[in-house]
Design a protein around this ligand. Structure first.
Ligand code: Q46
Ligand code: ZN
Ligand code: ZN
Length: 317
């Protein structure tokens, strides 16, 4: 197997590009694909400050690394979700990376600063953990970006993630979500700009990127992801990709080219009606925003151990 660029010995094959790469040219390929995405979707301009949502996993550490190598000013933000050992270990990877590059990592601890954690929030709301977790993370990333004067929140969502979310949104015809499923969401109504520069790169490539760059990351999946539908969607898409390389890319980028605009109105209308949260001053669809309501509810009950995540109920037909 030879590198497509230099004919040296290749370390990875990327079937959807019909290409093999050596280490150096693979790392360059990842940086080039990211730079192309940033430019194509106007994600970041020169001199802008980015806040990277860092989980300690491969994708967020890889995008942080690529942005720094591309010359962007990028700080990290780690949110301690209180998911037992998983959170403790992932925080260590995030800190170790920041230290190795001499860059700033902001840390927010849900239990320490807001009096609850994800397992307890799941019990308090009687919903799957990812629902309270995702909402909390979005709120805290947005708030930290605005408070810190950052120009954009960067997340490490990759092609596999976005194709799986799209698959789920189409399966259930979540038209409001479809209207928002772009790799860049402009700043408005009290929300900062949000960008996903890794949408041209897959999960396998991000793992390879970290290994080849010597970046240590948490390999274990979050223990609360049990029953997460996206895992099933990813598996289905992997089967399709195996039979037809490029299927995920064509599905996702075809959607961006041909369909996302058709759903945009629903999402815009919803955002336009937001007011201000009386507790935190952030955007809210009622007097108090969803995060502050969650914090009030979840901090009022005794902490729930991670060993007993609430399993998802079977979906009703
Ligand atoms: S951390 Fe949180 Fe994820 Fe764990 S509880 Fe779900 S959303 S799976 S990215
Ligand atoms: Zn090469
Ligand atoms: Zn609030």
């Amino acid at each position: 197997m030879k590198c497509k660029v230099c004919r040296g010995s290749a370390v990875i094959d990327i079937r959807r590009h019909n290409a093999n790469f050596c280490t150096d040219h693979f790392l360059k390929f990842c940086a080039d694909q990211t730079a192309k995405t940033i430019k194509q979707f106007d994600m970041l301009s020169e001199g802008e400050r980015a806040l990277v949502a860092v989980s300690g996993g491969k994708d967020s550490l890889a995008i942080w690394d690529i942005l720094l190598d591309l010359g962007y000013e990028a700080d990290g933000l780690y949110v301690g979700l209180g998911i037992g050992d998983y959170s403790d270990t992932s925080a260590e990877f995030a800190r170790a990376y920041a230290e190795s590059r001499g860059v700033k990592l902001i840390e927010i601890n849900l239990r320490g600063e807001y009096g609850f954690d994800v397992p307890t929030a799941a019990a308090a709301t009687r919903r799957v953990p990812c629902s309270a977790c995702g909402m909390s993370k979005r709120h805290l990333f947005d708030k930290a970006a605005l408070d810190g004067g950052y120009d954009a929140v960067v997340t490490g969502h990759n092609l596999d993630d976005e194709a799986a979310v799209l698959y789920g949104n189409v399966m259930h015809w979540q038209t409001d979500y479809l209207g928002r499923q772009r790799p860049v969401l402009p700043a408005r109504n009290g929300f900062p700009r949000k960008v996903k520069p890794l949408v041209r790169l897959g999960e396998r490539e991000m793992a390879a990127y970290c290994v080849l760059k010597g970046i240590d990351y948490i390999v274990e999946e979050c223990p609360m992801a049990v029953g997460n539908k996206h895992i099933g969607y990813k598996e289905s898409l992997n089967e399709l990709e195996l039979a037809s390389p490029g299927a995920k890319r064509d599905f996702y980028f075809g959607f961006l080219r041909n369909a996302v605009d058709r759903f945009a109105t629903d999402a815009d209308a919803e955002k336009a009606t937001l007011g201000t949260c009386a507790t935190c001053g952030g955007p809210a669809s009622s007097d108090i925003c969803a995060f502050c309501r969650l914090a009030e509810k979840a901090s009022a009950i005794d902490p729930v151990p991670v060993a007993m995540p609430r399993r998802k109920k079977k979906a009703k037909n």
